[in-house]
Design a protein around this ligand. Structure first.
Ligand code: E4P
Length: 217
């Protein structure tokens, strides 16, 4: 499973990238706002840092304008993935931009039928939002499972990019179901390393080691 980082914070991306944990990056207008940076500048820096796909989102709502914005974003670097919302116009833009050879991430997916349409429009990635479904008392993992089943039934090549990940359990469940990619905030990725028994066990080993009076170096 590939790990994308869901942020536009350069330092956080660099820290995880140095550990080989970053297969790509996703951004959105809210994350650009949070970064306080210019979209073209910060996206270029991210693309220079990371080898994998870097999603940059259009903000137009009509297909023609989405296509124009997508083409401009794609000029930033070769690893740009144009991010389009799952609307009818977004699907039209997806068809056109993937036809040109661009990678496209269709975002804001909340149903398996939407994911089916994105695959038929040639999307490189589909981004079902788990956390936002959980927020309204639906089960985001059911959506990932349904899309996995449908894409496998018909051998669609569109990759399932599990998004709006808020917890380590979302990562675990996505991996169990077979999502191709997860995109998660840096703190969620770092929390994957935590286990209370690891900390407890390490405390015990260090305490016993101190009692031996020995040194390795
Ligand atoms: C995905 O591409 C989105 O940027 C992101 O995962 C949204 O997450 P949120 O619902 O926590 O804002």
């Amino acid at each position: 499973m590939k790990f994308f980082v869901d942020t536009a914070e350069i330092d956080a991306i660099a820290e995880l990238n140095d550990l080989g944990m970053v297969d790509g990056v996703t951004t959105n207008p809210s994350l650009i706002l949070k970064s306080g940076r210019d979209i073209l500048e910060v996206t270029k820096e991210i693309c220079d840092l990371v080898d994998g796909p870097v999603s940059a989102e259009v903000v137009a709502t009509k297909a023609d304008a989405m296509i124009a914005e997508g083409r401009k974003l794609a000029e930033i670097a070769e690893n740009i993935t144009i991010k389009l919302p799952l609307t009818w116009d977004g699907l039209k833009a997806c068809k056109e931009l993937t036809g040109d050879g661009h990678m496209v991430n269709v975002t804001l997916c909340f149903s398996a039928n939407q994911a089916l349409l994105a695959a038929k429009a040639g999307a490189t990635f589909i981004s079902p939002f788990i956390g936002r479904l959980d927020d309204i008392n639906l089960d985001g993992m059911d959506l990932i499972e349904d899309i996995r089943t449908i894409y496998d039934n018909y051998h669609f090549e569109t990759q399932i990019l599990a998004a709006s990940i808020r917890s380590v359990n979302h990562v675990l469940e996505s991996a169990r179901i077979g999502a191709d990619v997860i995109t998660a905030p840096p703190d969620v990725i770092k929390k994957l390393a935590f286990h209370p028994l690891t900390d407890k066990g390490l405390d015990q080993f260090l305490s016993d080691w101190a009692k031996t009076g020995q040194k390795i170096l």
